[in-house]
Design a binder for this molecule. Structure first.
Ligand code: HEC
Length: 156
């Protein structure tokens, strides 16, 4: 019994020691509020597609909102170091589509998936791979980040 206890204690000590290492390797862990006052408000309904695509001010806000909230896992400038998916590739399945209507429908699908992903985070079998951002970021900040990521779309 005594031995079992010390093994358990040993394991939890290792876990405690690893947590700060992980946190410091990826920068601040506290989510940052984002000031979106300079953007046209999108209203209280959740949009199905990015209302800010290609808009300069949104891209600027999205750049810093991304750096403060997403880069620690998804990498600086979205160049994933392998910890989390490479967000430059989010729209990759749409880029090859020739017909414009199909392409726009595809972007809309990705927009929806993006918003769902950040509102609810990624939780599987009780493990939090990504925290939910609903109530931390407003909808304007979420779409600004998407507008920023669109400027980094990887062309294949
Ligand atoms: C604590 C680390 C962490 C943070 C912070 C984080 N993510 Fe994630 N994110 C992940 C991981 C890990 C996955 C993959 C989850 C899985 O395997 O289901 C993921 C998945 C995603 C996906 C789905 C990608 C795909 O290809 O399926 C999107 C979109 C996304 N994150 C966007 C964001 C945005 C935007 C932010 C900042 C607001 C953010 N994430 C912050 C870790 C994180």
């Amino acid at each position: 019994m005594k031995k079992v206890k010390s093994i358990i204690l040993g394991c939890s000590l290792v876990a405690v020691a690893l947590v700060p290492m992980f946190a410091s390797a990826h920068g601040a862990v506290t989510p940052q509020a984002v000031d979106t006052k300079t953007l046209p408000p999108v209203g209280s309904e959740w949009r199905e597609q990015n209302p800010y695509r290609g808009q300069k001010e949104a891209i600027k806000i999205g750049t810093s909102a991304y750096a403060e909230n997403c880069a620690r896992c998804h990498g600086l400038q979205a160049q994933s170091g392998g910890i989390a998916p490479d967000l430059r590739l989010l729209d990759r399945d749409c880029m090859d589509l020739k017909a414009d209507a199909k392409k726009q429908a595809c972007y809309k699908d990705t927009d929806k998936y993006f918003l769902e992903s950040i509102r609810h985070g990624k939780v599987r079998n009780g493990a939090v791979y990504m925290p939910p951002f609903e109530n931390i970021l407003n909808q304007e900040a979420m779409w600004s980040i998407k507008a920023y990521l669109e400027t980094l779309r990887a062309v294949k």
